[in-house]
Every structure is written in structure tokens, then in C-alpha cells.
Design a protein around this ligand. Structure first.
Ligand code: RB5
Length: 143
């Protein structure tokens, strides 16, 4: 099973912890990059940590959680080579993988129920990039 990095700010850490437990039960090797308490922290710090883990090859994919998922997605997409997708329904996760080859999933803990987040995550981790015409487009993102 692939190695998955997870990280969150204070608004998403409980959600992130529950998701990490779920993924470990499924057999994934999960690297938890924090935060691990309700104390207020800055989401760009955790987005940066997680993106470094993905870009170095330590983890194949990453999952970022904040209150909306918006701050994390903005922060993550500042990193060249990261394609972070804020997904609110499983279909977004499917298309983010098939068309965009997204390597980071962003979730909004205050807006998506946990059961739905599990479905989104399952789809994200089990859907392959389609390549073809999409490869050419993805290649243009980092030029
Ligand atoms: C924290 O209150 C909140 O701003 C943060 O979790 C996130 O939603 C930012 O985009």
C-alpha cells in the first residue's frame, strides 16, 4: 500500500486524525505531519510540510484538512509540482485524479461530513490518472 501524508490546522485536526485511523485500518502507511491539538496554528505551515513530503517522494499523495479546505488548497498549489484539489463530493475526487492527476486532496472539516470525506478519500486514492490529452495539459501547469 502506498504511503500517504496527512496534515491539518486546528480546525481540521480531529477530522484528520479520524481519517488517518481509517486509512491505517485499510492498510495504508500514514505519515501524520500534525497539527495534533486544538491550539490555533497557521495552515500554510502544515500545507508546506505536507507538500515537501510529497515532492520529495517520501509520500505518494497527501491529504490536507482545514476548516474550509480553501486555505490549504491555495497554500498547497503555490508549490511547483503539487496539484491540490479541494473536493466536496466523490465525483470531484474522481475527476481530480483522472483529469488533473491531483496529488493532494484538500478537505473542509467544517463543511463536509466525515462519512462523505471517507468516500471522497477512497475515490481519490483509488482512481488512476487517465493521461492522454490530460497529460499535455498537466505538463503545462509547471512551465
Ligand atoms: C481557521 O479558522 C480557518 O480559517 C482555516 O481552517 C481555513 O478554513 C482557512 O482557509
Amino acid at each position: 500500500m502506498s504511503k500517504i501524508a496527512v496534515a491539518a490546522d486546528h480546525a481540521g485536526y480531529e477530522f484528520k486524525d479520524a481519517l488517518a485511523s481509517y486509512l491505517r485500518e485499510k492498510g495504508y502507511d500514514v505519515i501524520d505531519l500534525g497539527t495534533n491539538s486544538p491550539d490555533s496554528v497557521d495552515y500554510p505551515v502544515y500545507a508546506k510540510k505536507l507538500c515537501s513530503s510529497v515532492l520529495s517522494g517520501e509520500c505518494e499523495k497527501g491529504i490536507l484538512v482545514c476548516g474550509t479546505g480553501i486555505g490549504m488548497s491555495i497554500a498547497a498549489n503555490r508549490n511547483k509540482g503539487i496539484r491540490a484539489a479541494l473536493c466536496t463530493i466523490p465525483e470531484y475526487a474522481r475527476l481530480a485524479r483522472e483529469h488533473n492527476n491531483a496529488n493532494v486532496l484538500c478537505l473542509g472539516a467544517r463543511f463536509v461530513g466525515f462519512d462523505e470525506a471517507v468516500k471522497i478519500t477512497d475515490v481519490f486514492l483509488n482512481t488512476e490518472f487517465l493521461g492522454g490529452r490530460h497529460q499535455n495539459r498537466v505538463n503545462q501547469l509547471d512551465t
